[in-house]
Write a protein that binds this ligand. Structure first.
Ligand code: F0G
Length: 461
């Protein structure tokens, strides 16, 4: 059969409240054109994030009932730890309430003023946690990964020559080498097993621990299986174990590739580092057999980990984004290619080329999509990255809108509706005006800034 179906039936549903264009215009105005200020009941298709938004399976809900809430030594922790170690063979597994808590603990131990931590691309919270200790976060992505339209199978690869040069030049400042799979900030693009092995070998040759941010490890493993020569006949769990056997530690947001609505972990091999991490965990998260989680959460994650490596799920998951990207690309809508693992990225800078970066084309496009179809995406451009610490502004490297796909939540007809809404906006793109910021906070402005359109988004004829 050629049709790739959603490999699940639906047992519980959440109604989507339909809204009219007029209602959405009023909602947008009340929210000062910031989609973070819109209530989720006013959204038809919510693609703000794939984090914590997955539909849990019947078996996960059953596992929730099995959860044991003992403060210490809960069997839920044992099931969680066993499930993690089955895929990621680390000696110590330390649960946290979400990914950034694992990052905060790790960098409180490895960071500090004068330190320098390279990665293919650090995600915002990773960068934030590194910089909060006074250290520098440096991105060493291959050049192909920075060109939205260029087709390349592994646009998340580390630039190995740049990594080697940095390890030689700045060895004393570098406490570890990181790699994010997939590269969320760079379009959900994967790193190849070959690149992961080589980056790990370089780090280890210089005596540095190699640490993987593994949030979307299963999607990355699927790309390895389907795109890397010699990997096509391997089982996903085998590829996953290979990836993590290259690493000395990992951070994880279980809100992504563990089908969790909450959760994360830090896993490592070094006994001393693990002891220091647990001491920190007790201060900030909780006792080492629950971290920041309830026993029931640990059980839901243990079950989720067994489901995320299912090939039928991964085939459907990756195909769903390809389906959207192929149709948009064929209709001439500029999109990041190839499709990412967890999201479709629209290139707002090219689509709305008449809007300069400091009039925020990504924000204008995200609002136009909401007005057109009630779809909520997220600007990843000058609104998110343009504000400098000294209060000045400079254009971001790319003006993107991320449409992140919650796991197992939407169906193909939702995808068709999404495509229709984007094509309708594309038809009227010359009518879309830029935005000015009416108010903004000093940092992380994308969450709370208020915008005024420079002209009505869709003026009446
Ligand atoms: N690393 C990556 C690659 C991420 O994408 C995220 C979260 C984190 C770390 C932090 O994990 O949210 O559990 O604390 N990304 C979400 C997103 C927020 O929408 O992309 P967390």
């Amino acid at each position: 059969m050629k049709t790739i179906i959603e490999p699940f039936r639906i047992k519980a549903v959440e109604p989507i409240r339909m809204t009219t264009r007029a209602e959405r215009q009023a909602i947008l105005a009340r929210a000062h054109h910031n989609l973070f200020a819109i209530k989720s009941r006013d959204v038809l298709i919510d693609l703000l994030t794939d984090s914590g938004t997955a539909a849990m399976s019947a078996e996960q809900w059953a596992a929730i009932m099995r959860g044991d809430e003992s403060y210490a030594g809960s069997p839920s922790f044992e099931r969680f730890e066993t499930a993690v170690k089955a895929l990621m063979p680390f000696k110590h597994v330390i649960p946290t309430h979400q990914g950034r808590a694992a990052e905060a603990i790790l960098f409180s131990l490895l960071g500090g003023p004068g330190k320098l931590i390279p990665s293919n691309t650090h995600f915002d919270t990773t960068r934030g946690n590194i910089e909060a200790t006074g250290a520098e976060a440096r991105d060493l992505l291959i050049a192909e990964g920075r060109d939205p339209m260029l087709i390349h199978p592994f646009k998340g690869n580390m630039d190995l020559a740049a990594l080697e040069a940095l390890l030689k030049a700045e060895s004393a400042a570098i406490p570890c080498v990181m790699l994010t799979i997939t590269n969320n900030a760079g379009g959900g693009q994967p790193a190849s097993l070959e690149n992961i092995r080589a980056a790990s070998a370089l780090a280890r040759a210089h005596g540095k621990p190699f640490i993987i941010d593994g949030c979307r490890f299963a999607e990355n493993a699927w790309f390895i299986k389907t795109r890397e020569p010699g990997q096509e006949t391997r089982a996903i769990p085998d590829i996953v174990r290979d990836i993590f056997s290259c690493a000395d530690a990992m951070t994880m947001s279980a809100k992504k590739d563990a089908f969790g609505n909450i959760g994360g972990w830090l896993a490592l091999n070094d006994d001393d580092l693990a002891e220091a991490a647990r001491a920190r965990l007790i201060l900030t998260e909780g006792f080492p057999t629950y971290g920041g989680l309830a026993g029931r959460d640990l059980d839901a994650l243990a079950q989720g980990l067994s489901e995320i490596v299912d090939e039928d799920y991964l085939r459907y998951r990756i195909r769903a984004n390809e389906y959207v990207v192929e149709r948009l690309d064929a209709a001439g809508v500029p999109v990041v290619r190839p499709a990412g693992g967890h999201a479709v990225f629209l290139d707002a800078g090219r689509m709305l080329a008449h809007i300069p970066p400091l009039a925020y084309p990504g924000q204008a496009l995200a609002c136009a999509l909401y007005e057109e179809g009630g779809v909520r995406g997220c600007e990843i451009g000058t609104v998110m990255f343009g504000l400098q610490p000294d209060g000045t502004e400079k254009p971001a490297a790319m003006e993107l809108v991320r449409l992140a796909m919650p796991r197992r939540v939407y169906t193909q007809s939702h995808a068709d509706y999404l495509i229709e809404a984007i094509l309708a906006v594309n038809e009227r793109k010359h009518d879309i005006s830029g935005m000015r910021i009416a108010w903004q906070p000093k940092a992380l402005r994308h969450f709370t800034a208020r915008f005024d359109p420079l002209a009505p988004a869709f003026p009446e004829p």
